[in-house]
Design a protein around this ligand. Structure first.
Ligand SMILES: [Cu+2]
Length: 316
């Protein structure tokens, strides 16, 4: 339907002042329905799950970001669709549309909207990071943690990365070292993450923990498991040829099962623990070959470049 340029705007082309309201009224129900769907349907399935308080907190953070971002994206799409339909070029219509430059309403709305979102996210992010009990939300806090968890003395687990595996030492149980990662439920755990060679990263996905493992550095991360279950551990820092194979799994078990496992393993590995370097928050990487030699001498290791119990199938 060709409209001459001298005619009043047709029904499809309301006056300029109505466009904003129309776009808003089209956008609003779509945004509300989408946010409800995200909240109810997607929310419980967002990563990294709810195995720990930290993971649950991260899931909540992601949900908030989704709920905030979806309406913004939908507004852009709604605006684009509206523009394509309503402001498309029509035959005989050679006039340009009204300029948006200098439009006080649009500018004020834009600046206010974006400022509110960005400032809210800055405050929200800081609060979530520092929230008492969240203890830095599962990330490594460096050698002297700013936020420590409530709820009793943490179980200490040292995570040692080296090409290309993770091992775990339990200083409260004689400092034994194992490739098994076991932790108790409903009790704070303090991971002391370090490395013996290059940079690695301890990424225990379902725990919501991702902490750098650097040589000579003790990187502390706290976590409290909410229920029992298994989780995956991967190296998250490119660390050489077998980086992709640097993975194992861990388990959250009941406090009594953990206690039983830890005391049993302490006894089982006593002879190995005796030749390990004394437990420390960091180790001198150059000491590894010496320990290997000592272990080989004691008939404990196969001189395979690792000072852990041999026969681990992970090693290529
Ligand atoms: Cu690695």
């Amino acid at each position: 339907m060709a409209a001459s340029s001298t005619e009043a705007p047709s029904a499809a082309e309301p006056k300029g002042s109505n466009h904003g309201l129309r776009i808003f009224l089209i956008w609003l129900p779509i945004a509300v329905v989408t946010d409800l769907l995200i909240w109810i349907v997607l929310g419980p399935h967002l990563p990294p799950g709810t195995l720990t308080e930290q993971a649950h907190s991260q899931q909540w953070d992601l949900l908030v970001l989704f709920v905030l971002a979806a309406p913004v994206m939908l507004f852009v799409l709604t605006f684009a669709a509206y523009a394509l339909i309503v402001w498309r070029h029509r035959e005989g219509d050679d006039e340009d549309g009204p300029p948006i430059h200098g439009h006080t309403g649009v500018q004020a709305t834009w600046i206010t909207g974006t400022a509110v979102i960005v400032l809210f996210l800055a405050a929200f992010g800081t609060y979530e990071l520092a929230w008492p009990g969240m203890a830095g939300a599962g990330g490594g806090e460096g050698p002297s943690a700013i936020w420590t968890p409530k709820g009793g003395t943490p179980v200490q687990i040292q995570v040692i990365g080296q090409q290309w595996r993770f091992t775990y030492r339990y200083p409260q149980y004689g400092g034994f070292e194992t490739t098994q990662l076991m932790m108790p439920v409903n009790q704070p755990v303090q991971f002391n993450v370090t490395s013996l060679d290059v940079i690695h990263s301890f990424w225990a996905y379902q725990l919501g923990v991702k902490a750098d493992a650097n040589p000579g550095v003790n990187n502390i991360a706290f976590v409290t498991a909410k229920h029992t279950g298994t989780f995956i551990v991967r190296c998250n820092e490119l660390c050489g040829l077998w980086h992709g194979a640097m993975t194992n799994s861990g388990e959250v078990v009941s406090q009594s099962a953990f206690q039983a496992w830890a005391t049993k393993t302490e006894t089982q590995l006593a002879s190995v623990t005796a030749v390990l370097p004394p437990y420390a928050t960091v180790y001198d990487p150059t000491v590894v070959p010496q320990i290997n030699k000592a272990m080989a001498k004691a008939g404990l290791a196969g001189g395979n470049g690792y000072y852990y119990p041999p026969n681990d199938p992970v090693q290529p």
